[in-house]
Design a protein around this ligand. Structure first.
Ligand code: ARG
Length: 464
């Protein structure tokens, strides 16, 4: 072993227990593509700036490419004594091309290197996340369109409140996922900043060309403070924050799917593959996918709390604590991807039971607000109308009747304002009446469906 390997020998002498504790290779091997991509761009820059020769650069790049191949073929031997992805690759490069490998790390530190790898990783994950959100949104549109005129009870406090269109209810989730996409897009802006060139913490004493590296790697800017660049993990915190919000939305949707598929509701039936049977209760079909999505939301929240806590008392600049950023990030990315993907499929395959949805509205008490609004149109102040209808409702419920079964005389006991046309108030008239922007009338919902489709089309055009 020659002198270039001294730093590796030192690693090998550490005691095993400490070595295992310190090593990040068991999980950061996942960053190998980013690490090699960054190293190649860095090497090209070193050559361009005359810091290393053309031949040296060519040897390094050839070596790195063959290491990448080894990794992709699963032939690369990751070694725990080589601690992390950076040193595993560098040590292997020495074996491949000899001492010239030692020139790769010129004008670089592992501190700006890991910041780069992570930014490259998050920068690639954001567009994937956004694409999956779009696919989920188009599943929602599909189900909404197929059931565009289905009237369901709308709930507040999980009590039947006013009728709404099922499509309107589903499109509420379209809005949530639209905001989620915007948040991820925004996070991308601050992720696309190149940290490489910050060195260990103070910058590097070589005539490097950071803009060149930024262009090579698709970053839109270079960082402007070296201390910040090596110790900033905001982009991870932001990605995880966006992810927690998306998971929260998915969890709410999961909760409704669970509730709606219960025998008490029976609004929907989940397709077989997304459920399991019970081993002892044959009548059961459990909504496991939805339950797991709801459950996994907890660990995604946990990762956000963990990284915030890890970062909160760190003095500038890099501290080893920050190595703890990775597992939570990877798990967040994986959990989010798998949940978004399966939800898009599960939703599309959902069977809607119009019969049970309509059947859930047992009596027409859900039209109470419409009766109050009727009185307002007859000239009563809303508060007064509300109090009249409260009394009328109590009376009707006590009689175990529907509103439409009351006689006009009974109505008149509560207010003289009622006329024959009070019987025109129905579920459909209630829906149709809410013809304001954002309301549940069929016309508004049709407009929302068109708009939703347009948004997705526009987004896919601007990508292409
Ligand atoms: N494995 C380290 C991490 O993930 C890389 C940076 C280590 N830098 C250092 N000076 N020890 O954070």
């Amino acid at each position: 072993m020659n002198h270039s390997h001294n730093h590796l020998r030192k690693e090998a002498n550490k005691n095993k227990m400490a070595q295992n504790y310190i090593a990040s290779i068991p999980f950061d091997h996942r960053l190998y593509r980013q690490d090699i991509k960054g190293s190649i761009a860095h090497t090209k820059m070193l050559e361009k700036q005359g810091i290393i020769t053309k031949n040296d650069a060519a040897a390094i790049i050839t070596g790195l490419s063959s290491i990448q191949k080894e990794m992709e073929q699963g032939k690369f031997q990751f070694r725990i004594e080589r601690e992390d992805i950076h040193m595993n690759i560098e040590a292997r490069l020495f074996e491949e091309i000899g001492d010239v490998a030692g020139k790769l790390h010129t004008a670089r530190s592992r501190n700006d290197q890991i910041a780069l790898d992570l930014r490259l990783f998050v920068k690639e994950e954001i567009p994937k996340t956004i694409d999956e959100l779009k696919i989920l949104q188009s599943s929602l549109i599909e189900v909404a369109e197929a059931n565009r005129d289905v009237v369901m009870p709308g709930y507040t406090h999980l009590q039947q409140a006013q009728p709404v269109l099922l499509a309107h209810h589903l499109l509420a989730y379209f809005e949530m996922f639209q905001r989620d996409k915007e948040r991820f897009c925004d996070c991308l802006k601050r992720t696309k900043i190149l940290p490489l060139g910050s060195g260990a913490l103070a910058g590097v004493p070589y005539p490097i060309n950071r803009e060149f590296v930024a262009r090579e790697l698709g970053f839109s800017e270079v960082s402007t403070n070296s201390l910040d660049a090596v110790s900033d993990r905001d982009f991870i915190i932001e990605y995880e924050s966006c992810a927690t919000i998306t998971m929260m939305h998915l969890s709410r949707l999961a909760e409704e799917i669970i509730l709606w598929s219960s025998s008490e509701f029976s609004f929907i039936e989940i397709d077989e593959p997304y459920t399991t049977g019970s081993s002892i209760m044959p009548q059961k079909k459990n909504p496991d996918v939805a339950e797991l999505a709801r459950g996994k939301t907890g660990r995604v929240y946990g990762h956000l709390t963990a990284i915030l806590t890890t970062m909160k008392a760190l003095p500038l600049a890099y501290n080893r604590d920050m190595q703890e950023d990775k597992e939570g990030l990877f798990d967040t990315v994986d959990t989010l991807h798998s949940t978004l993907a399966i939800f898009a499929k599960m939703l599309k395959a959902i069977k809607v039971s119009v019969k049970h949805i309509r059947g859930a509205i047992k009596k027409d008490y859900i039209l109470a607000t419409d009766l109050a609004d009727y009185l307002v149109k007859e000239g009563l102040p809303f508060r007064e109308a509300h109090s009249v209808i409260s009394k009328l409702s109590r009376y009707t419920i006590n009689k175990n009747k529907n509103f439409h079964e009351l006689s006009l005389n009974e109505y008149h006991d509560f207010s003289p304002c009622f006329k024959e046309d009070v019987y025109d108030i129905t579920l459909n008239s209630s829906i149709a009446a809410r013809n304001v922007i954002g309301g549940t009338s069929l016309q508004q919902v049709e407009t929302s469906l068109t708009r939703a489709r347009e948004i997705l089309n526009r987004e896919s055009r601007s990508e292409g």
